[in-house]
Design a protein around this ligand. Structure first.
Ligand SMILES: [Zn+2]
Length: 330
């Protein structure tokens, strides 16, 4: 049934093509990677790195301070040693970061100072423990001071840094925008530790607070009053919902999304105006395999692949997922 509907569509196109002198029987497609969308995926992190950068670049570097908060490996009265996982769970349950921002703000206000908006980023130590980077605006750019910071964060090591110049600030946040973590250590900072890979999502990578927008103070991932603060939202795509991070990352790019290209130029040739895209859904063909087919890349569209109608039909018949949602049927 599916084959018929696509076939008749392509025949129709072929008719139009023939009238306009198109190469007969050739169809152009745009093929895109279906990413897993995880903020911790080494491939998909680009998007979250971009969003983090966008939040960071709004801060006034002259008033911004860079605070690092990490954890003692021993916690509690009895000197209990927590695993990185238990530490994470406890921090989310007890809202450690929330408390830090709230208490620091209060302490500063006591001294007649103001804690402004900020952005936080979660990173990892090689032993599976998290730490936080908090970039926050103050009223005047003066040191907040370790006396105050360590009074408010009693859970471990604290550090306060400043930005020497606009260039320095841009270099630091540029690194975040590119890699998703701050420079200075190794790549493991942005990679989930082993224990976290077996979890089914939910670990938030960054958030912001105190941001003013449309006359309201907005926060994301912090102080928003909801219970899932500091955690990542569940994946939108059903397919990934019940997967662990590891499974999800492994599945990243294993499917592709295919669009038929309906355009004015000749199929099989490059054209500035690539035309309209008709969504043909997800196909069970890894994106990398398409790349072996074609190296034609069109900005704004993606990888362009030209195959014959018959090849298209055969591939669609075999690899296209959920053809029942065919938007060309009927
Ligand atoms: Zn991914």
């Amino acid at each position: 049934m599916f084959q018929e509907s696509v076939s008749s569509f392509l025949d129709k196109k072929a008719c139009v093509s023939n009238q306009k002198g198109y190469k007969e029987g050739l169809v152009d497609m745009v093929v895109r990677k279906v990413g897993c969308g995880s903020v911790w995926c080494s491939v998909c992190k680009k998007r979250v790195a971009y969003r983090m950068h966008r939040e960071l670049e709004q801060l006034d570097w002259e008033r911004a301070r860079h605070i690092v908060l990490s954890y003692k490996r021993v916690d509690g009265e009895g000197g209990e040693r927590l695993s990185g996982e238990l530490n994470y769970e406890r921090s989310v349950k007890e809202k450690h970061l929330n408390a830090f921002i709230r208490d620091l703000r209060r302490e500063m206000e006591r001294e007649g100072r103001v804690l402004g908006r900020g952005v936080w980023v979660r990173e990892w130590h090689p032993d599976g423990y998290q730490h936080f980077h908090v970039i926050v605006e103050t009223d005047n750019g003066d040191m907040i001071g370790n006396r105050l910071i360590s009074k408010v964060w009693r859970r471990g090591f604290t550090d306060e840094r400043y930005f020497k110049s606009k260039q320095h600030f841009q270099r630091v946040i540029g690194y975040v925008g590119k890699n998703g973590y701050f420079a200075g250590e190794k790549g493991h900072q942005g990679e989930l530790p082993e224990w976290a890979l077996s979890r089914k999502g939910g670990i938030r990578r960054y958030g912001y607070f105190g941001k003013e927008k449309d006359g309201k103070v907005k926060s994301y991932g912090l102080e928003d009053g909801s219970d899932d603060h500091e955690t990542e939202k569940k994946p939108k795509m059903d397919r990934f919902k019940d997967m662990t991070y590891k499974q999800r990352h492994d599945a990243c790019g294993s499917l592709s999304r295919v669009f038929l290209l309906v355009h004015q130029g000749k199929a099989g040739n490059d054209t500035d105006d690539a035309g309209d895209m008709v969504d043909m859904g997800e196909w069970d063909i890894p994106y990398n395999q398409w790349k072996e087919y074609s190296d034609r890349y069109q900005p704004r569209y993606g990888l362009i692949v030209s195959i014959t109608n018959m090849e298209y039909i055969a591939l669609a018949d075999r690899y296209r997922l959920n053809p029942e949602s065919d938007n060309l049927a009927g």
